[in-house]
Design a protein around this ligand. Structure first.
Ligand code: AGP
Length: 613
């Protein structure tokens, strides 16, 4: 949450930074601001609300300058007002920040006692004041920033300018993401919270590590460790993402584009992870030696939101196919419940962004208790990927829409591969079944394409129901988490109240809600639960509930189907139904939100990566 972008070089710095902020707006959109050097002074422009407000503000001024730092905010400390918008300035020290300064109240009190006056309610402002205080010691800007940051507890990715040092820009990181790129011309640098903001300029990037500070000047970039003040050499990494991937490409919303990218994204996740005759999964990239795989007696999965739903589906695969006990926890709950974890536990953290604070904290707790950590993650070199002992990347490409779609289906794909790999290692499935499941997985992108071709049917379905204010989503077994995910998608982007339930649980309470005002979305694939699910949705019909039925060819009872609004789904191996059934639910939520006129890609109050606990 919160995005920062900084630029130093000969391009129009304001356009570079605004362009980068546009790519990061998914991280927060409560306010936006920039600071730039212009005619030897630092000028600041800030605006409440989305970036468009700031763009409008600067458009007529034809602002240009360098260096420039910018920020898009997801409010934590202080309401979304202009005074609380970044950058924050104290006597020419200007800061943009993503993260939380945990000891800001204590520092603020100390600074106020020393005569400092604050102009915002934010935690960030203490940083500029601390730097000013340190500047009084020796006037050395870089040394002052370093000393100031040593006083700060919490998380930050930040960029700092100082009016008396127009040729210098500083960035630093502690537990919030920060990536940098060198421009083609000497003395040109780009800094951002996330890779998409840089892709237009470079695919060769440098990741700053926690506790490091980068000082950019016309003559080069120097990275130092904050604690030891030692110089660090940083490797340059190539990013496989294409700049076009971070554009809308003709779609009305990123979310729609990302839904339609799923057949390709799922194929990409499988790519390179099968042996030559496609009879076995090969995940050597995780890097665990064979003996280590033998040690695990149980798996624990920690994740949040949609990624947690992926974990819930994976539990079915890992237990049924690989026969290994698996627990799934919401990351923010895990660390506080004194979990039973030891050196025979493999803890899997699932996260699109790899920056979710709750998930990172849960994994750190698991490590403290001796577990081995595996990341299932989309963003290369994210905090999660760096923290874990092994990484399984999901290869979804950049996901910009705040509502996660292709990240989910690729997480499922990666986790399914992991289950097959474990099943082979543990000999819990025979080779023929593994080969057959791999074949089914390889056919899945075609089945996804067929669903996407029928998107107009889901748009029409959304038209029939978008006026209702409460929805129930029901699924059984491995499709129960898909009911949760369908409900989450609807809530997030259309602001309609929706709940997911195991279909068999409806009679234990939620059935009281059902009447003609309650659309009930039922997932009824042709699997072992079908008969039971049919009984469950009969209970809905009997109470005049409005039934939206997603089912496969197994359901050939015209009377039952006729009472419902029916979306037929092709038959695949029942293990893979979650990957298929989630897609029409994503589209139903999408079209409902469009009809309601909400901001689909940037729904209210949400941020894509939640970097606060
Ligand atoms: C999904 O649509 C949500 N926006 C949200 O629940 C998300 O999945 C959650 O915050 C976890 O994010 P992560 O995968 O980046 O860790």
């Amino acid at each position: 949450m919160c995005g920062i972008v900084a630029y130093m070089g000969s391009k129009n710095g304001v356009s570079v930074v605004l362009d980068g902020l546009r790519k990061l707006e998914y991280r927060g959109y409560d306010s936006a601001g920039i600071a730039l050097f212009r005619r030897g002074r630092i000028e600041i422009r800030r605006s409440v609300g989305k970036l468009a407000g700031l763009e409008e503000k600067v458009r007529d001024e034809k602002l240009d300058g360098t260096p420039v730092i910018g920020h898009t905010r997801w409010a934590t400390h202080g309401r979304p007002t202009e005074a609380n918008a970044h950058p924050h300035n104290c006597e020419g020290v200007v800061v943009v920040h993503n993260g939380i300064i945990e000891n800001y109240l204590e520092l603020r009190r100390e600074l106020i006692a020393a005569g400092h006056r604050f102009t915002s309610e934010t935690d960030t402002e203490v940083i500029s004041h601390l730097v000013v205080r340190e500047l009084a010691v020796d006037g050395d800007f870089a040394a002052a920033v370093r000393r100031a940051l040593l006083r700060v507890r919490g998380t930050y990715a930040l960029a700092v300018l100082y009016e008396k040092e127009p040729g210098m820009m500083i960035a630093a990181r502690q537990a919030s993401p920060l990536v940098m790129a060198l421009g083609e011309a000497a003395g040109e640098y780009f800094v951002a919270s996330d890779i998409p903001a840089l892709l237009k300029w470079s695919r060769e990037v440098i990741f700053l590590d926690d506790g490091e500070m980068a000082v950019f000047t016309g003559s080069g970039m120097e990275v130092v460790g904050l604690a030891a003040n030692d110089r660090r050499r940083k490797p340059v990494r190539h990013v496989a993402w294409d700049p076009i991937m971070a554009e809308k490409g003709g779609y009305k919303h990123f979310m729609l584009k990302e839904i339609f990218e799923q057949p390709t994204a799922v194929s990409n996740t499988v790519l390179g992870r099968l042996n030559s005759d496609r009879s076995r999964v090969e995940l050597g990239e995780i890097g665990f030696p064979a003996e280590r795989w033998e040690v695990f007696r149980e798996l624990k999965i920690v994740a949040c939101g949609t990624s947690w739903h992926a974990g819930l589906v994976a539990k079915y695969w890992l237990e049924k196919l690989a026969r290994i006990p698996t627990e799934v926890d919401i990351a923010s709950e895990f660390r506080y419940r004194d979990p039973l974890v030891d050196n025979k536990t493999l803890v899997i953290g699932i996260s699109q962004s790899g920056e979710t604070a709750d998930t990172l904290a849960a994994l750190k707790e698991a490590r403290r208790r001796g577990a081995t950590l595996l990341a299932v993650c989309n963003v290369m070199e994210s905090s999660l990927a760096r923290l874990c002992d092994g990484v399984l990347y999901t290869h979804a490409g950049p996901e910009i829409g705040v509502a996660s779609t292709k990240a989910f289906t690729t997480q499922l794909t990666a986790l399914f591969l992991l289950a097959l790999e474990l099943a082979a290692r543990r000999r819990s499935l025979d080779e023929c079944r593994i080969t057959s499941l791999i074949g089914e997985l390889l056919r899945l992108p075609q089945a996804l394409e067929e669903i996407l071709e029928r998107a107009p049917d889901l748009e029409r379905m959304a038209r029939r129901y978008h006026q209702f204010s409460d929805y129930l989503y029901l699924g059984r077994g491995i499709n129960f988490p898909i009911a949760l995910e369908g409900a989450l998608k609807l809530k997030e982007i259309s602001y309609i109240h929706a709940e997911g339930y195991p279909a068999g649980e409806m009679k234990h309470g939620p059935i009281a809600l059902i009447d003609e005002e309650m659309p009930v979305v039922v997932l009824a694939p042709p699997d072992r639960h079908l008969e039971k699910v049919v009984s469950n949705f009969q209970e809905v019909i009997a109470r005049d509930g409005r039934l939206l039925l997603f089912s496969g060819p197994g359901l050939e009872r015209p009377a039952e189907v006729a009472a419902a609004d029916h979306f037929p789904v092709a038959e695949v191996d029942e293990e893979l139904n979650p990957l298929l059934y989630v897609v029409p639910l994503q589209l139903l939520a999408y079209y409902t939100a469009v009809l309601k006129g909400t901001d689909v890609d940037q729904p209210r109050n949400l941020a894509k990566s939640v970097t606060v606990e």
